[in-house]
Design a protein around this ligand. Structure first.
Ligand SMILES: [Fe+2]
Length: 368
């Protein structure tokens, strides 16, 4: 049997731009859900699984770099790697496949006009979850952590920052929150919007309340709609962390855990929240909690200035009734396992089993 490559090594290779061919052999349908940035796709899953001779015969691949085969869970890709290795190629299989890849991440610094603060965007590339390390004068806050505490601790240590606060924009439905775990491991204050959903202790931050960070300030702006408690955080007048309320190319869906009438009510609240956000200074940078595509290893932050967002958002906000109709119809399927994920996030618990069993798959928190 040929060698396997673990997710962390592949993510490091891609981060360092090492030459590697990532060969995705899944079906077209699976590929369309989500993929590894820069990967090559051939729909060979069924042929390889069926043991068809010559399943990968017609595939020409560069011979000057390793090949990493990928499938959903790392089984069929192992057979594919064996076939390629028998042809004399340096091939290995991604251990755990796309399910394990769900935890792969990369980071990008957000360019800001205000040089008294720094913001590192931490991206779960496979799921598109975006979290942030915000720092000023050596003090840091982490917003919406979706990866294990070690990822954020390593970033803070590298810059000599001390994590003082862990904030959530809302109770998430698409990923398991690591906020409580990170606050526990760092001794940081865990800060959540006021709500009666979670069953653990936290510090509340209501609309207009502030958190000092070095000489800078994070200010809460209650922006309900995606969920009732959804809150955005303003970093000075430089940036706004909008959670799942406002994305760079869409808005939050109002329907999770809500029936028809409740989701229309939430959509009305979202309309008001978006109107509040669009009145912020136009040079502020919008930093959402999700990307719509797998995040490339390009070091470029997923962000947009408010005046760029306004170009499309103004068309959405012409009237409340048209907006409500738009965001309550044609919604994508709910995120996989979201009921269980919300239950765990409200309990403040992580599953005792592999978290990617629940989290695998792309996020679906937006309407576009
Ligand atoms: Fe969400």
């Amino acid at each position: 049997m040929t060698a396997q490559l673990d997710v962390d090594t592949l993510r490091r290779w891609l981060d360092e731009h090492r030459p590697v061919t990532v060969l995705d052999i899944r079906t077209d349908e699976d590929r369309a859900q989500w993929a590894i940035p820069g990967s090559v796709h051939i729909n060979a899953y069924d042929a390889v699984r069926a043991g068809q001779p010559g399943a990968l015969e017609h595939v020409s691949l560069p011979t000057d770099r390793p090949i990493v085969t990928v499938c959903n869970a790392g089984g069929v890709s192992q057979t594919a790697a064996d076939i390629l290795a028998a042809r004399g190629l340096d091939a290995r299989s991604l251990a755990g496949g796309m399910k394990a890849w769900s935890l792969a991440w990369n980071a990008a610094e957000v360019p800001l006009v205000d040089d008294s603060v720094r913001v590192i965007q931490v991206r779960r590339t496979g799921k598109g979850c975006l979290s942030y390390v915000v720092a000023a004068e050596g003090e840091a806050a982490v917003i919406d952590p979706s990866l294990s505490p070690g990822v954020y601790l390593a970033i803070a240590e590298k810059h000599d920052w001390s994590i003082r606060y862990v904030l959530e924009t809302h109770v998430h439905a698409d990923h398991l929150s690591r906020a409580r775990e990170l606050a526990h491991d760092t001794g940081a204050t865990l800060v959540l919007p006021p709500q009666r959903r979670v069953h653990f202790a936290f510090t509340t931050i209501a609309d207009g309340e502030r958190i000092p960070l070095g000489g800078s300030t994070l200010t809460a702006m209650h922006t309900p709609g995606h969920t009732d408690e959804s809150t955005s955080y303003l970093l000075n007048e430089a940036a706004v962390f909008t959670g799942d309320t406002l994305f760079t190319d869409g808005v939050g869906r109002p329907d999770l855990h809500a029936d028809g009438e409740h989701s229309r009510h939430r959509a009305q609240a979202l309309f008001a929240s978006l109107n509040r956000l669009r009145r912020l200074p136009e040079r502020m940078v919008v930093l959402p909690a999700h990307a719509s595509e797998p995040v490339a290893f390009d070091g470029r932050a997923i962000a947009a200035r408010l005046n760029d967002v306004e170009r499309w958002l103004s068309g959405w906000l012409v009237s409340q009734s048209a907006f409500v109709d738009r965001v309550t119809s044609k919604l994508p399927a709910a995120p996989p396992n979201f009921v269980r994920i919300v239950e765990l996030n409200e309990a403040g618990e992580l599953p005792t089993t592999d978290p990617t069993d629940l989290e695998a798959g792309a996020n679906r928190c937006a309407v576009r």
